[in-house]
Design a protein around this ligand. Structure first.
Ligand code: HEM
Length: 531
């Protein structure tokens, strides 16, 4: 008898009973949870079976980033469009892969709040233009919109040209070392180019000429990797598990020098700004040259750079020091990897599509001749916009390889779709731009590269939200024109100078689930100097 009591009171049994009780409570909660209207609403959409307790959490469990990327595409094919995933009332997602379901998020003024995934960016970029909402977002957007005025972009064009020359010098150097037509790994080279340009245009510094540039560059990449680690491991979504497993302190260690770097530059520039020396600086850098039309002033200062716009707003009491830091880091984060990815996939595409590349080259050459520009001269921003075929090629590359493959929103207002289905409140709307761009109803034979999809008559036949590489509506990309000018400047310069030849084939590419479109293996082309 005594031994039976001993068994009953043994710690093992007590633990088992405790676990059984927890499971029972979890099960009861799960049953109640599934009676909520959100559950019923989401069940109107197709998706993988929702199992008791774990919902659909099994669908990406244990998958590496490449398999996670493939799993999302597989589900889109399997369910013929948008599909739902369910964990519980606090975590349920509608994966939107067709523009008919995406339209309410792009066209309206409601549901503009970002999902909780953007919280992972808080330690790095704070709560700035990208991830704030409501009044704060509107206020910041108003302050920053003048920093993207076309006169200012024209000033940035000079930086894009100089850095394109640096890029070519690097390619030539590789050729001198490794022999003619040497293989170039694109992802790191393009990322270096775009980090240089964003540092100069947003903070006014030439990164490569600064102490600590390498540490900053490496730090930015490592922080990007840590964001990805968190995004693809749902158990790290909770702040306490993130802290407990040591990730939070590792991130802080990485972020400290990055923030010190940005704050140092902001302080230096503030000094110049407050002592009225910035006009000399603008003049020295030539930002005030080549501006056409409007030379309007902002608090007596020319509107020429992103940080300077913020410093002027600070004087007016519109933004504080931390706010300036947030926005500068937001631009560095949003403005370099995205444009880098765009360049990688444009150059790869040109390497696969030799006829297209030749036609682009002829168009560039013809304009050069018409304008009597010598070989080393760059096109002006106006010139770049006149080349229609070039423009269509860039657009088609952005369609097939959108640098930001997915974005997400928190549904704060229930959405009723034209077919009567509802997207419930508190749902996460994951807008998969990668799949929206491959909707066969909007883009027949969607995987085929065809720049003529962007002929005016073809564009007119499509839903206005079928093509959204820069998102659309209120929360669209503030840097869209900047990015297009940068990309076109670099591609035009490189194509005129080199024939881009294939190394990595399209069929070899394995994408990974990431904030920016990236492949798991190196992406390479050859650059052959044109005679
Ligand atoms: C090819 C390059 C780029 C692409 C494809 C791109 C794409 C996007 C997309 C899809 C969004 C919406 C994000 C969301 O809803 O979560 C966005 C927002 C944003 N982008 Fe870009 N972007 C690019 C370059 C840039 C550059 C160069 C800058 C800055 C210099 C920039 C700054 C921003 C900011 C601040 C936002 C948030 C805007 C807001 O919510 O008001 N982007 N971008």
């Amino acid at each position: 008898m005594a031994s039976a009591w001993n068994v009953l009171y043994s710690p093992v049994l007590a633990t088992l009973l405790f676990i059984a009780l927890l499971l029972l409570l979890w099960f009861v909660w799960d049953v109640i949870d599934k009676r909520r209207p959100q559950y019923r609403a989401l069940r109107q959409f197709p998706g993988p079976p929702i199992l008791p307790l774990v919902g659909t959490a099994y669908h990406t469990r244990g998958l590496d980033p490449a398999k996670t990327f493939d799993a999302f595409r597989r589900y889109t094919r399997l369910y013929g469009g948008s599909y739902r995933l369910w964990l519980n009332t606090y975590m349920f997602v509608l994966n939107i892969t067709r523009c008919r379901e995406a339209e309410p998020f792009f066209s309206g003024v409601q549901n503009t709040e970002k999902s909780h995934l953007y919280r992972f960016l808080h330690p790095f970029i704070g709560v700035g233009l990208l991830n704030s909402h409501g009044e704060k977002w509107l206020h910041r957007r108003r302050i920053l919109t003048p920093a993207f005025h076309f006169n200012i972009l024209n000033g940035f064009h000079r930086t894009f040209c100089e850095e394109s020359e640096q890029l070519a010098a690097q390619i030539d150097k590789a050729e001198a070392t490794d022999g003619a037509g040497s293989c170039i790994e694109l992802q790191s080279m393009m990322s270096q180019y775009t980090l240089n340009t964003i540092c100069e245009t947003s903070m006014g510094v030439k990164l490569d000429s600064m102490d600590g540039a390498k540490a900053y560059r490496d730090g930015i990449y490592k922080v990007g990797e840590m964001m990805l680690i968190r995004a693809v491991r749902p158990w790290l979504y909770l702040d306490w598990t993130y802290k407990l497993l040591g990730y939070a302190s590792k991130l802080q260690t990485l972020l400290k020098p990055l923030h010190r770097f940005t704050i140092g530059i902001i302080n230096q520039r503030r000094e110049l700004f407050q002592h009225g020396k910035l006009d000399d600086l603008i003049h020295d850098r030539g930002y005030d040259q080549g501006n056409t039309g409007d030379t309007s002033s902002f608090n007596g200062k020319k509107r020429y750079a992103m940080l300077d716009t913020l410093l002027a707003a600070e004087i007016e009491g519109l933004i504080d020091r931390e706010g300036i830091r947030e926005e500068v880091d937001t631009f560095t984060f949003e403005g370099h990897d995205t444009t880098g990815a765009a360049l990688v996939f444009i150059l790869l595409t040109l390497s696969w599509e030799q006829d297209v590349q030749e036609r682009v080259y002829q168009e560039l050459r013809q304009l050069k001749d018409e304008k009597s520009l010598d070989d080393s001269a760059h096109f002006s921003p106006g010139d770049l916009n006149t080349m229609k075929y070039f423009d269509r090629v860039i657009k088609e590359c952005f369609r097939l390889w959108p640098p930001v493959p997915f974005i997400s929103r928190r549904v704060t207002e229930e959405v009723t779709l034209p077919d009567g289905r509802t997207i419930p409140r508190d749902c996460i709307a994951a807008l998969h731009i990668f799949d929206i761009h491959r909707d066969p109803e909007q883009f027949p034979d969607p995987d085929r590269f065809d720049p003529d999809r962007f002929l005016a008559e073809n564009v007119a036949k499509r839903n206005p939200y079928a093509y959204v590489p820069f998102s659309a509506g209120q929360r669209n990309c503030i840097g869209q024109k900047y990015a297009l000018l940068e990309v076109k400047t670099a591609v035009a310069y490189l194509v005129l100078r080199y024939r881009v030849l294939p190394v990595t084939e399209r069929s070899e590419i394995r994408f990974i689930a990431d904030l920016v479109l990236r492949a798991s293996t190196p992406l390479r082309v050859r650059f052959e100097r044109r005679s």
